[in-house]
Design a protein around this ligand. Sequence first.
Ligand code: PAF
Length: 299
Amino acid sequence: MHLFCCTNALVVLEILHTISAVRSALKPLKATHKTIGLVPTMGALHEGHLELVKKSKLYSEFTVVTIFVNPIQFNNSEDLEKYPRQLEKDLEKLRAISVDFVFIPEISEIYPHPVGLTFQFGDLENLLEGSFRPGHFNGVAIIVSKLFHIIQPDSAFFGQKDLQQVAVIKRLVRDLSFDLEIKVVPTMREPDGLALSSRNLRLSSEGRKNAKVLFEVITECRDELLKGENWFQIREKAKLKLDATPSVKLEYLEMVLTDEFKPVDVLVPGESHSICIAAFVENIRLIDNINFSPENNIN
Ligand code: PAF
């Protein structure tokens, strides 16, 4: 794998709003076999997104970031309405790390007609995020497929924080034979362990302090599992700690095999495991996960 290095101070961020503008801008690059990395986002960019961009710049000659708050992946209208939007700040951050292109379409550009497509991912969408957010992964699969078709990148970069989304997108790439590589980038965290998320911006300072309990709980669960304790007892103890934390309401706390995203309640030798959590903190839904393998803790 060829690695590309270092930001080029002379890069001018090209802002594109239409599909045809994206295709025209990328055509000469494709004609000369330049590699293109895609970083799909919904904006409100934080260090986690910028880490995806840095990885893309390392593996690709050109990077396209997309900023689009995809309405069809929200199953809660309040969540969609309150999703943070801060385009000018986002553009400043992208310029500072010398991104080549940003695609910022209007909703009507992406969805000129009502969307009739439906993807079925079987068990993957009936578990955890899928069961609590019906239709969410269908919406993600539609927008991600559209972006793959429009941009035709060589690689696309996603964060490990959205672990189930990664599993869905890998399935999408496999089943629809998209000719690209999915690269997963480890979760970036605040010093107290809270996973970076655009939603953290909506927490009060009190909520922000309480939110660190999510990472505390999943690391404690991992440590106790590695000591050989029973998953059900570990989970009950974790629930008590979450219940005792003000403004925190647990939605799920589960252990899965990372690659298949299959729930398990005992450790399986030789496999990577993930403990996944979703909880509301002050009515703001946050998710996190931690990966480890029994033989060799990799997180
Ligand atoms: O992870 C996200 O921010 C979104 O689900 C994505 C991949 C940009 C699709 O809208």
